[in-house]
Design a protein around this ligand. Structure first.
Ligand code: ZN
Length: 242
C-alpha cells in the first residue's frame, strides 16, 4: 500500500497543490499536523485536505489557533498569524481542526506531530532527544513532523547505535534496518535550506520510505501573503527554505 505522508502544510495552498500533483496515485494519506498558521490560505487548505479523507493529526499551531495552547512561546510573527488565522477560519473548519488528535498509534506505526513524548511541543533535532523518545513509543516506526526538516533517526538496538541522517530528494530508506523516527519535512514552510515543498511516500509492502521535493510557485504564495499584509520575515523565508 502506498501512503502519502505530509506534514506542516501551514496554510500554503500553492505548495499543497504542487505536492498533490507530484505525488501521483496513492492508497491513503496521512498528515502529521500544523495544517494552518503562517500561510495565506487556511480555509482552502483545511478543505482540500479534509476532502482527501486523511488520517490527520493536529499540531502546535493548530492548537494555538483553537486556543488549546498558549502562544506565549511563539515569536511575535507566529502569534500574529495565529490570531489572523483564528479570525479567518470558518466555524466548520475550526470544528474539523478541533477533532484531530496530536498522536495516533496504528501498528507498526506511531504518529505524532512533534514527538511521542510531547506530541505538540518538542523538537527532535539531536541524538539525545531522539534517544529519549525511543522509550515513548512501542512500534518499530514513529513518524513526526514539527521541525520542518526531512530527517531520520535510526536505532540499531543490537549494535547499540543511534544514527541521524538528513534525507534528500528521491532518497529511499529501508525501514527494516532497526527502529526508526522519520520526518517527511514540511509542505508549506521548509527549513532545511531547500525551499521546495517536501513529502514522503511510505510503501509498507516494500518497507520503504522515499522522500520527494517539489518546486511550487513560491512567488504566488508570497503575493497572497503580501495581500494580507503578513510579516515580511515570514514572506521572505519561503524563498530561502529557512
Ligand atoms: Zn510547523
Amino acid at each position: 500500500m502506498r501512503t502519502l505522508v505530509l506534514s506542516d502544510i501551514h496554510a500554503n495552498l500553492v505548495a499543497l497543490d504542487a505536492v498533490l500533483t507530484a505525488a501521483g496515485t496513492w492508497d491513503r494519506i496521512w498528515f502529521l499536523g500544523d495544517l494552518v498558521g503562517y500561510g495565506p490560505n487556511p480555509n482552502e487548505c483545511v478543505e482540500r485536505l479534509r476532502d482527501l479523507e486523511p488520517l490527520a493529526l493536529s499540531g502546535n499551531h493548530d492548537w494555538a489557533v483553537l486556543g488549546k495552547l498558549d502562544t506565549e512561546e511563539f515569536n511575535d510573527d507566529a502569534r500574529r498569524l495565529v490570531n489572523w488565522t483564528r479570525r479567518e477560519l470558518t466555524e466548520a473548519n475550526l470544528a474539523y481542526l478541533k477533532d484531530l488528535p496530536p498522536l495516533h498509534v496504528a501498528p507498526p506505526f506511531t504518529m505524532a506531530h512533534a514527538s511521542p513524548r510531547h506530541p505538540v511541543w518538542e523538537y527532535i533535532l539531536d541524538l539525545q532527544s531522539a534517544l529519549d523518545n525511543f522509550d515513548h513509543f512501542e512500534t518499530p516506526v514513529c513518524l513526526v513532523g514539527h521541525s520542518h526538516i526531512p530527517a531520520l533517526f535510526l536505532l540499531d538496538e543490537a549494535a547499540a547505535e543511534l544514527n541521524f541522517y538528513l534525507v534528500g530528494d528521491a532518497e529511499t530508506i529501508d525501514l527494516s534496518r532497526g527502529r526508526i523516527i522519520l520526518n517527511p519535512g514540511s509542505v508549506g514552510q521548509p527549513r532545511d535550506g531547500d525551499p521546495r515543498a517536501s513529502f514522503a511516500i511510505l510503501d509498507d509492502e516494500a518497507q520503504t520510505w522515499t522522500l520527494h521535493r517539489v518546486d511550487y510557485d513560491i512567488a504566488e504564495t508570497q503575493r497572497r501573503m503580501r495581500a494580507h499584509k503578513m510579516p515580511s520575515r515570514l514572506i521572505e523565508r519561503l524563498e530561502f527554505g529557512m
